[in-house]
Design a protein around this ligand. Structure first.
Ligand code: NAD
Length: 369
């Protein structure tokens, strides 16, 4: 008999992104139930707790809470590994915001520890479970483009200092366009094409210093740039497909061209939506005729469904059936890919990956699709 009691979740990190997680955990996903929230800055946890009718707790008390089965870790990237490790060592499953960790060793350690302790680890992004990318995944699995032979993933912009009030961290190791935005693109590709075996890449910081032009107390201050802010990489997938990835905070691009996610197959091409969203348009380019066709969306969750990965982890915990889709194995592989790209660019050579992954199962299509 399955245990249908909702899985209790405890949130660590009461910043910007915690609001949508709490909203969706409360209204969208009925198999998870928020129990409490904690933050290094207790007032932040108290504000969110008050707004959502949950408990504000210390981090230790939240992790130890008997009803918390999954610790949802929405702290800053540099704290992801440490907070998740504490949860896992306390016998709790852990779901991290992206990236899983900022080094491949830390990411791999979380996967190993979770296995040893018999709990789950995984993490964002979960946009690959949205209706847009799942429609694309189904088109690939249904053979609409034949055998995938190549992919393009581009995220192009002129940086964060124009809109973010405190953009310093975007230009430091552990962020930059590859670690901050890249997880959406790399996860989307890996979830559809499977693991990557090797990468090459070039990268640099086109501008050694940035100036905050966003309104606010930091306006006019300068930021030293300590990470690559324009990266062009090639990804060799185990399947044989070759991906090209460009991630930049350094170039001006029109919004409609700033995001490219395309999978080229032996019998057609699939243009996919911005992988930092859940919905969007999926377009198939047919072989020979090159006619384009907008595909009907076959899956739900086209609206902002952040937390769908947590809900899927809760399903896996209760059912013990299909593995959790936003898995630690995939998130760790994504960290390995991104780290390897930066190393390849630094060293000017090919880097072979040390991790691999299994493609997550697709979600069921809407009935009749
Ligand atoms: N803001 C967004 O739009 C957005 C979107 C997608 C993903 N994310 C990801 O979500 C995560 C959080 O982003 P955010 O924008 O909410 O950041 P934020 O700075 O608004 O919030 C982070 C919170 O974590 C707390 N914190 C930091 N270290 C901690 C620790 N060791 N223990 C407990 N609390 C700690 C901070 O005090 C802060 O309140 C990041 O990984 C980011 O990449 C953010």
């Amino acid at each position: 008999m399955t245990n249908s009691k909702p899985v209790g979740i405890g949130i660590v990190g009461a910043g910007v992104i915690s609001e949508i997680y709490l909203e969706n955990a409360t209204k969208m996903f009925d198999n998870i139930r928020p129990i409490g929230i904690a933050d290094l800055i207790p007032e932040r946890a108290q504000d969110r707790a008050g707004a959502f009718g949950i408990e504000a707790l210390s981090i230790d008390d939240l992790i130890a809470h008997p009803e918390v089965e999954i610790v949802v870790n929405l702290t800053i990237p540099a704290a992801h590994a440490e907070v998740a490790k504490r949860a896992i060592l306390a016998g709790k499953s852990a779901y991290n915001e992206k990236p899983l960790a900022i080094t491949r060793d830390d990411a791999a350690e979380l996967v190993t520890l979770a296995k040893e302790r018999g709990v789950l680890v995984g993490g964002a992004p979960d946009t690959f479970l949205g209706g847009g990318l799942q429609t694309g995944r189904k088109a690939i699995d249904d053979g609409r483009i034949g055998r995938p032979v190549a992919a393009s993933a581009h995220f192009l912009g002129r940086g964060m200092e124009m809109w973010h009030p405190d953009p310093h961290f975007f230009f430091q190791p552990g962020a930059g366009p590859l670690f901050d935005v890249g997880p959406y693109y790399v996860t989307a590709l890996a979830s559809m094409l499977g693991p990557v075996e090797a990468v090459t890449g070039f990268g640099h910081a086109s501008f050694p210093e940035r100036t905050v032009t966003a309104k606010g107390p930091k306006h006019g201050t300068s930021i030293p740039v300590n990470t690559q802010t324009h990266i062009a990489a090639s990804l060799q997938f185990q399947s044989g497909a070759i991906g090209s990835l460009m991630a930049s905070f350094d170039v001006w691009e029109a919004p409609e061209r700033a995001t490219i996610l395309t999978i080229y197959g032996s019998e057609g091409t699939l243009h996919l939506p911005d992988p930092n969203t859940f919905g969007g348009t999926v377009t198939l380019v047919h072989e020979h005729t090159r006619d384009t066709e907008e595909l009907p969306i076959t899956h739900g969750h086209t609206e902002n469904s952040r937390g769908i990965g947590v809900s899927d982890m809760a399903r896996a915990l209760r059912d013990g059936g299909d593995p959790a889709r936003a898995s630690g194995e995939m998130a760790s592989h994504v960290v390995d890919i991104m780290t390897s790209v930066l190393e390849a660019a630094d060293a000017g050579r090919r880097v072979d990956l040390t991790t691999t992954m299994t493609r997550p199962d697709p979600l069921p299509a809407l009935s009749g699709m």
